[in-house]
Write a protein of this length. Structure first.
Length: 213
């Protein structure tokens, strides 16, 4: 990405669907691009993360586009908030936000009274002025971010066990059933793991049950 140019797949106002902030009104801003998969189906089987259920290719989604600088993007985000109520909340996700997110953009949003959340795979260093950090580790990747607010592990993943993350510095540990053709079985396995290992909480993608984005 050219420095100062942000490429956004989509941007919209919704309810956060998962984790500790589930149900909270949020602006979602999805960055284009990821360092663990190209986003192309032909590359999926060889990708570090081969189970991603998100389209993060291009800038053609609702609210998507290329933004010249942090002021332009932060202004577009602020326009999605419905009114002047407090409690403004922005969630940066992807793809992988670590490829594009910088201190300058977060500072702009802080100046507009937004609390800034980030959902990351944890393999890239991030700005330090983030308010709420969710790390979702992927098997066969190197985790560089080892502390944050919540760790959310999609389960089950081959070659990785939840207990390998338990010593990391997170407030909350979530297991989220992998959403594929075995979703029902994965959900039961995740429930069972949480019951047997109560350090972990169950995270469900409630937005999918509710039929919202």
């Amino acid at each position: 990405t050219l420095k100062g140019m942000y490429q956004i797949k989509e941007m919209y106002y919704t309810l956060q669907g998962e984790g500790a902030r589930a149900g909270r009104p949020s602006v979602f801003c999805r960055f284009t691009g990821c360092n663990l998969w190209s986003g192309r189906e032909k590359d999926r089987s060889e990708a570090v993360c081969n189970f991603c259920d998100t389209d993060f290719v291009g800038v053609d989604g609702p609210g998507g586009g290329k933004f010249a600088n942090s002021l332009e993007l932060s202004t577009a985000i602020a326009l999605l908030w419905p009114n002047e109520e407090p409690n403004k909340y922005i969630v940066f996700t992807g793809g992988e936000p670590g490829l594009q997110l910088d201190d300058e953009l977060i500072d702009q949003l802080h100046s507009k009274s937004f609390e800034v959340a980030v959902e990351t795979n944890g393999t890239l260093h991030l700005p330090t002025n983030i308010d709420w950090l969710t790390v979702s580790p992927k098997a066969d990747s190197t985790l560089k971010i080892r502390r944050g607010n919540e760790l959310k592990l999609v389960y089950p993943q081959e070659n990785v066990s939840p207990n390998s993350f338990e010593d990391l510095d997170f407030e909350i540990f979530y297991l989220q059933p992998m959403d594929n053709e075995d979703k029902d079985k994965n959900t039961q396995r995740t429930i069972q793991y949480c019951l047997e290992n109560p350090k972990w909480k169950l995270s469900l993608q409630t937005h999918k049950y509710m039929g919202i984005a």
